[in-house]
Design a binder for this molecule. Sequence first.
Ligand SMILES: N[C@@H](CCC(=O)N[C@@H](CS)C(=O)NCC(=O)O)C(=O)O
Length: 461
Amino acid sequence: MTTTVLSDIKMDESQIRRALLVVDLQQDFTTPNGPFKNSYFNIDHIISNLTTILPHFREHNGIVIWIKADYSKFISEPKYLTRPEGERYEGIPMNDALLSGSHKAFPLCMPGTDGEKFMPEIESLIKTDQDIIITKTYYSAFTDTNLADILKDVQEVHICGLVTGVCVQATTTDAFFHGHKVFIWTDCLGHRNEKGHRKALSNMKRWYATMINSSNYYQQATLANLKPILYFVNGSIPSWRVMMVLYEKGIDFEGKRLKVMSTPKETKSAEFLAINPRGLTPTLVDTDGSIIAESLAILHYLEEYYPNTLPLIPVEKSEHIKVLQRIQESQNLVDIYEPLEEIVFKTPKEEQSSHKDSIIKTLQLIDQELAFWEMYLTKTTFIACNHFTLADCAFYPVIAYLIHRGLNLDKFPILKNYINTIKTKPAAIKSHPIDWVEKGGKINIFRVVNNIVINSNKENE
Ligand SMILES: N[C@@H](CCC(=O)N[C@@H](CS)C(=O)NCC(=O)O)C(=O)O
């Protein structure tokens, strides 16, 4: 079953509806002598930032929602959000018992007290004819409120306020699970201490939200709505790896195919050399202008900088390190195999037989290398652990490429089985090189080199 995710709906900038949730700027949190005195924030800075940006935000389809806490009920049972269906949400941590709960340790934001009220400076920022005020009783502004209904046509949810690691984080997580694209205004936040603040930021960045600055939220959010561009060469292992990750994570991108069989090569055009002076693909130009090349580095980049997408690096340490290792190891097979292409494509026919020994050695090394991967797959279903990870995206295109070039895997039945499983995955199907057919490539490298060896033996008889 598919679910419509608000943040996936593509629209023009002018159509995007956004909301800003300003969380808990009440006096109990902000007064210098209150329970949150000496905390890690400067309320004057937050107020000054909001004063500058709110008029602009309202002008750009933005509704401002002021969230207030009422903790007078001393609720002790957490209330959990139900995980929505869809790949986007699988395996992503939801609010834990603490974040799904409410405050009960001491009286805080009690109705009728000054502590429950907004500071006068905040009151003066509220436009009572346009803004909305919501009172929540849990940490998350979504729990037991009508916030989800209010936001039902809103794509971008921007969040700021207090405190980063509790109400802001609880609300951010739920906003993500309600299908919104979430932006955190990092210069309008605060927590009891710096450590907790940073930990919460890194957690939110990893899973649920894009970190932006209030002063240029508009530009940064607009950039976040653009598509990254991937310069690629069709049928190249490095480009294939990156595409597989983009599709698996559901990152919408614009592919720009560069031809390398043309003269001059499109990869060596002045325009492309200005982007990547090595003239090599894949090269990713991200929406904020960041440029990154080298396939394995791009894999890590996508994992790090697309936190709202399906995670492909496990959090559990032993699995994590296996993924890191296998990603790097996947290059071994490429490096071992490459001399065969040198011999077939770049060596004059009459000289090829002189490479007989090197061909035999290379074929042995390929077999030895494949034996490692066969062994890995006796231990886990996928190449690094029991679920699909970045390591599969690094490795699968290598082995699939070699098969296209005529590699026979009869000696490696588990590997063969693995290939048959992966190739049916939507990300593998979508990233499959354009026009490649099942029966293999025009030039069967493995057959050609075997013939070189046979012919060379005959010549020496
Ligand atoms: N180590 C690089 C290798 C990149 C590479 O060699 N790309 C080739 C395609 S397989 C390319 O763009 N060649 C263009 C050219 O030769 O002009 C990576 O993993 O990204």
